[in-house]
Design a protein around this ligand. Structure first.
Ligand SMILES: [Zn+2]
Ligand SMILES: [Zn+2]
Length: 348
């Protein structure tokens, strides 16, 4: 079969011919219907080097996958060949306190996981191929009625990651509150939809790109702003001086973190989702009183079930552009130069 593999750090991926995977006991091979291209894949290609992560290339890219059950390993029950499924991406040990409740993204015994702190497309072979081997059937979730793999694939990361970040801040998003979304790319635009579908907050979206602001409007943002000097003051002005109850930074650069703090309301949340590598100094005089600052990484398996439900009911629908496996690199190039709108989905 064909697979888009990262051969080494700081290289471009290559489309190569590899053997089709065979499922061992308890495992499942999924025929890939769609694999989302994530901004973090660009970091894998360009930024990391040996020792930076607990795993290394070569492996097949693609950590955002959905398709159909193709082959079941011995002992797997409850799934049928041909059934449409989504793949839960972070693969933990399955036995620690976090994994027991479906929070494999924060597995506390990573050395017992299939790969420490990773998953398919992150150290092990992912979904930018015709088939993907999933090492445990618990990661294979049947799709609800009304959701096909092309729409489901981006929900497993571009949907699940903002969903988790928003869900933990639900108590701070009652009617009358304001949520600020910084960065309306692959994750941010879905974040706007999730906020509208699951809270009564007013949603303000900020980006440097005019097209991104139009996408935010399409997704239901109540107000959009081109980020510039004075954006934080503008956010305070439109919130009656209070600021944003919840700030979701999908960029994570120094400038966006600075904006987030300047725009946050007292007792608010500032959640850093983007891998922009920025940092923030936190001290008594540098952040508004009782603002909680946190990072999040991906989401839990139970949360993915909830996201798939939102997707099947049409309440959350990532904007996607599809590419063939041989066009995957042009999708990444468009992502890099900012010309990609929404999420790129590779259909092998
Ligand atoms: Zn990702
Ligand atoms: Zn674990």
């Amino acid at each position: 079969m064909r697979a888009l593999r990262l051969p080494a750090w700081k290289t471009e991926p290559e489309l190569v011919e590899v053997d089709e995977p065979t499922p061992g006991p308890g495992q499942v091979v999924v025929r890939i219907g769609a694999a989302g291209a994530c901004h973090s894949d660009l970091h894998l290609m360009h930024d990391f080097e040996a020792g930076g992560l607990p795993w290394n290339p070569p492996f097949t890219l693609g950590h955002e996958n959905a398709g159909w059950v193709h082959r079941l390993g011995s002992g797997v029950t409850g799934l049928e060949v041909g059934q449409p499924v989504a793949v839960y991406g972070p693969w933990g040990c399955g036995r620690c306190a976090r994994c027991r409740v479906g929070v494999d993204n924060y597995c506390e015994n990573p050395t017992a996981a299939p790969v420490p702190g990773g998953g398919g497309g992150l150290g092990l072979d992912g979904g930018m191929a015709e088939y993907e081997l999933v090492p445990d059937a618990r990661h294979v979730l049947p799709l609800p009625e009304g959701l096909d793999p092309v729409d489901a694939a981006p929900l497993t990361d571009a949907g699940l990651t903002p969903y988790h970040a928003i869900r933990r801040s639900w108590p701070k998003l009652p009617p009358g509150s304001t949520a600020l979304v910084i960065g309306v790319g692959g994750l941010g635009h879905v974040g706007v939809q999730i906020l509208k579908a699951t809270t009564a907050a007013r949603v303000v979206a900020v980006d440097t790109r005019e097209e991104a602001l139009r996408l935010a409007e399409e997704c239901g943002a109540d107000l959009t702003m081109r980020s510039a000097e004075g954006t934080a003051e503008e956010i305070r002005r439109v919130t009656g001086g209070r600021g944003a109850d919840v700030v979701l930074d999908f960029v994570g650069a120094d400038t966006t973190l600075k904006l987030g703090v300047a725009a946050a309301r007292t007792v608010g949340d500032l959640t850093v989702v983007g891998l922009g590598g920025g940092s923030l100094s936190v001290g008594f005089f540098s952040v508004p009183y009782e603002v909680s600052i946190q990072t999040t990484y991906w989401g839990s398996r139970p949360e993915l079930l909830e996201v798939l439900d939102l997707g099947a009911r049409g309440l959350v629908r990532p904007k996607t552009t599809t590419f063939g496996l041989d066009e995957a690199m042009s999708a990444y190039r468009m992502m890099q130069d900012g010309s990609l709108e929404g999420r790129a989905v590779i259909v092998p």
